[in-house]
Structure formats: C-alpha cells, structure tokens
Design a protein around this ligand. Sequence first.
Ligand SMILES: Nc1nc2c(ncn2[C@@H]2O[C@H](COP(=O)(O)OP(=O)(O)OP(=O)(O)O)[C@@H](O)[C@H]2O)c(=O)[nH]1
Ligand SMILES: [Mg+2]
Length: 197
Amino acid sequence: MKISSAEFVKSAFNRTHWITDGLPEIAFLGRSNVGKSSLLNSLLQRKGLARTSNTPGRTQSINFFLINESFYFTDLPGYGYAKVSKTMRHDWGVMAEEYLAQRRELVLSIQLVDSRHEPTTLDKQLHEWLIHHQKNRLIVATKTDKLSGNKLKKSLQQTEQSLPDSKLIAYSSLTGKGRDAVWREITDSLEKRRNFS
Ligand SMILES: Nc1nc2c(ncn2[C@@H]2O[C@H](COP(=O)(O)OP(=O)(O)OP(=O)(O)O)[C@@H](O)[C@H]2O)c(=O)[nH]1
Ligand SMILES: [Mg+2]
C-alpha cells in the first residue's frame, strides 16, 4: 500500500476517548517490549511515529494513528510486564478486553510474539480469547533478525504449535522482512469490511 499520510491522532485512556468517526481499525497487541510500536513504524516506514523504547511498559494508552485518512492503526499497551503493580495489570486487562470485545471498527487484531522466546501463558490466553470471540487475527513473530535460519525455523514451528489456527508471519522491523505479507493481510481485512458494510 502506498502511504500518503500517517499521523498520530490521540491517546485513549478510557472508552470516552475512543474515536467516533467509524473508520476501520487494525490493532497491535502483545507483551511489553515485543516490538508493537516498531512494527507499526516499520509498516508505515516512518521512524519515530510511534514511540519505541527499551523501557518496557512505555505505551500505557491506546494510541490511534490515522493512515491515508481512511483507517487507523491502534497501538495497545503491552501486557505481562512483571514490575507494574497489580492494579495496573488489572487495568490493562479491562481496557484491552473492553476495546477488543466491543470495538466494532476493529477489522484485524495483530498479535505479536517474540521469535526468540516461546509464547508465554499470557500470549496463549490472549490468542485463545481471540479465537473464542471469533476475531479476525494474525500472529506476527518479531525480531527475527536476531535468530539464525535454523533457530528461526524451529522457533516458528514452536509458535505455530502453541498458537494454532492462526496465520503466522515472520517479521523484522530492522530489515523490513515480512512487510509486504503483513500489508496483504491488512488490505484484505479492510477490503472485506468494505464489502460487508
Ligand atoms: N533487532 C530488532 N529489534 C527490535 C525489533 N522490533 C523491536 N525491536 C526493539 O525492541 C525494543 C522494544 O520495541 P518497541 O517497539 O518499543 O516495543 P513495544 O511492544 O511497543 O513496547 P511497549 O510499548 O513497552 O509495550 C526496542 O528497543 C526496539 O528497537 C526487530 O524487529 N528487530
Ligand atoms: Mg509501544
């Protein structure tokens, strides 16, 4: 897809802040530090649009980015960061579940997992939740530039076993590997929504 414009619109800390123009949305989900903001920047080829950081738990709100004035990317806060308080963990669950369960504009949930590690219990729970609620979904394995060919192959097989019944794409925000494949899934989802509405 040709990106003619991409802009940060707002951060939502609760549902009263959600955008109300009805445009379709693609959500980026995954544990803290997995590379959600980096994936978003890499897809848009805009370096600093979504803030990335080595400090886990950087993104605390749902951040809306308007693309080509026709759809949104939503960057959700990361989960599973051990150092945050119980209250914050609870708040993550409430905010994310409310958004995922109720957001009609959502056309695709992109769940990120780190290709260097086996999916965590929380990764599996989120994936099961997406399946149970029949969400259109895609798994993206991030940071694949950090693994050699053989290790990567093994890790992708493991991920497919832990998170079955979803399409898996290997990605690197560093090299742009997987970019075209992820864009294809995004444009397919937008296209489907257009045909049904
Ligand atoms: N080598 C490599 N590093 C990556 C890749 N993706 C992300 N990183 C690095 O991983 C760290 C975390 O990336 P972010 O994009 O900020 O992660 P996030 O999931 O948005 O994190 P939170 O907002 O805290 O939930 C940063 O230091 C990135 O530079 C990748 O594909 N390859
Ligand atoms: Mg982030």
